[in-house]
Design a protein. Structure first.
Length: 130
């Protein structure tokens, strides 16, 4: 009997990223597994190969690294996000409510409330009429 256990979904990327894509890995070795083992494997691969960014395809090198740690890549579920036009924040809908976090990178947007063009990088937004 094959003793593979489907791993709990693991959100890769930033810890605070409420808009993270969710990747699933399957434990390939004999014996029990736990979340700490999965987190440890991702830390090793993040350091060796680099963090998988939201919206990016999980590279073959990252999948090989995880397999060496005992975890086989299964799939990634992408979360649909949008940039809020009044705040420049990256948002997704959850139960009829918009959950927003600072965007990755820099976003340029028009704030209709102020009537100004703005640029947001992380938590900082600068609006100007120039």
């Amino acid at each position: 009997m094959k003793r593979t256990i489907l791993a709990a979904a693991l959100a890769l990327g930033t810890i605070a990223g409420a808009h993270a894509d969710t990747s699933t890995y399957v434990w390939q070795r004999k014996g029990p597994w736990n979340d700490a083992m999965l987190q440890s494997a991702t830390q090793v691969c993040d350091q060796q190969v680099g963090v998988v960014q939201n919206g990016a395809v999980t590279s073959a090198a990252y999948k090989r690294c995880m397999l060496k740690q005992g975890w086989r890549y299964r799939n990634t579920v992408r979360e649909k996000t949008y940039i809020d036009s009044t705040s420049g924040m990256s948002c997704h809908d959850e139960g009829g409510i918009a959950i927003c976090v600072p965007p990755q990178g820099t976003v340029r947007y028009y704030d209709p409330d102020q009537g100004l063009w703005c640029t947001r990088t992380g938590l900082v937004a600068i609006c100007s009429n120039l």
